[in-house]
Design a protein around this ligand. Structure first.
Ligand SMILES: Nc1nc2c(ncn2[C@@H]2O[C@H](COP(=O)(O)OP(=O)(O)OP(=O)(O)O)[C@@H](O)[C@H]2O)c(=O)[nH]1
Ligand SMILES: [Mg+2]
Ligand SMILES: [Zn+2]
Length: 314
């Protein structure tokens, strides 16, 4: 015999948001997926965030009699990746939450690697406590000079403890290494359009059969084939998020003075700066500038730092 009043509790399930279209959310409650709505009151809470609920979030969902769901509670995020929302000066957009590892994906050519994108992504990961890794895809298109450039890049990032993967969808060995790194984890692929995020997923597991796009011959850019983020269950255990291509990765909620805290190679040198408000540009007695001049900080990384500082000071 049912306990009076218990039906409410029986119908409340904890689940994970695996897809978001803006008004409907797909929530994975373990044995099946519930199409759910988010009541308006959640939208009012965090005004500067364009999406109050994001792929990766854990929620309690009330199952309605018609089988649809109503989200009643959003659990606090362990971490998340956020960037400046497009078409908005102040707004931020959360891409995905509760990650064990986040991959920034670039291609060596078509389109070319953007180091600025990688460094902005890494800074965001450091600031929001997400473990990052780097993928350079389309290695089959690399020239001899690309290979030399990549070797140097790999040394720089690996010295900073950022795992560095080079892949090509036609190179099973490279895919195998990547598959091993995502196993049993919640991870995400984030990067510009056309670098091969979705293609990599389809290669990791051909059963996914996700839609991939062409590269424009004119601009060598992708055509934004993936239009919404989704968490895809791995065939063993874990999830991976495929996300839409992003042209630029804008930083949010980082003050100019704290930026160097998110450059691991600056942590030690900044301790010897004469001023504790030092931004490591022109100040006298700056430990970071000294370390840069002594060749202890890579020039590209320092330039990325200056570019970011510029955009934060605007
Ligand atoms: N040569 C080469 N082409 C690749 C490789 N990986 C992907 N591509 C091609 O790159 C194009 C874009 O691939 P997608 O997987 O759609 O790229 P995406 O990053 O998911 O792009 P968006 O969904 O638009 O963000 C397709 O034509 C793929 O066939 C690779 O390793 N080598
Ligand atoms: Mg895609
Ligand atoms: Zn300094």
């Amino acid at each position: 015999m049912p306990i009076p009043g218990s039906s409410v509790f029986l119908d409340m399930k904890k689940g994970r948001v695996i897809q978001s279209t803006g008004s409907w959310y797909k929530v994975d409650i373990g044995n099946h997926i519930v199409e759910s709505r988010l009541p308006g009151r959640f939208r009012l809470e965090e005004k500067q965030v364009t999406n109050p609920l994001t792929v990766g979030d854990w929620v309690d969902v009330q199952i309605n009699t018609d089988g649809s769901g109503s989200i009643e509670h959003i659990y606090e995020r362990e971490n998340y990746i956020t960037r400046k929302a497009t078409h908005s000066k102040k707004g931020e957009h959360i891409l995905v939450s509760n990650l064990d590892l986040a991959f920034v994906v670039q291609s060596i050519r078509k389109p070319k690697v953007k180091e600025g994108f990688i460094d902005r992504f890494l800074v965001t990961c450091e600031a929001y406590e997400v473990k990052p890794a780097i993928i350079i895809n389309k290695m089959d298109l690399a020239t001899q000079s690309d290979l030399e450039y990549l070797e140097e890049m790999k040394n720089i990032y690996e010295a900073l403890d950022y795992p560095f993967f080079t892949t090509s969808i036609d190179d099973p060995g490279s895919i195998k290494k990547l598959s091993a790194a995502i196993l049993d984890k919640t991870t995400a692929f984030i990067g510009p359009s056309g670098v091969g995020k979705t293609s990599l997923l389809n290669t990791i597991d051909p059963e996914y059969d996700l839609k991939v796009g062409e590269i424009s011959d004119f601009s060598n850019k992708g055509k934004h084939t993936t239009t919404f983020a989704q968490l895809i269950p791995l065939s063993q255990s874990g999830y991976i998020a495929d996300t839409p291509g992003i042209r630029e990765f804008g930083l949010v909620n980082i003050e100019p003075w704290e930026l160097s805290l998110y450059f691991p190679e600056m942590l030690e040198p900044r301790q010897s700066c004469k001023f504790n408000t030092c931004t490591h540009v022109h100040e006298p007695g700056c430990g970071v500038v000294t370390a840069f001049e002594d060749g202890e900080i890579d020039a590209n990384r320092y330039h990325s730092y200056l570019n970011m500082l510029d955009s934060l000071e605007d």
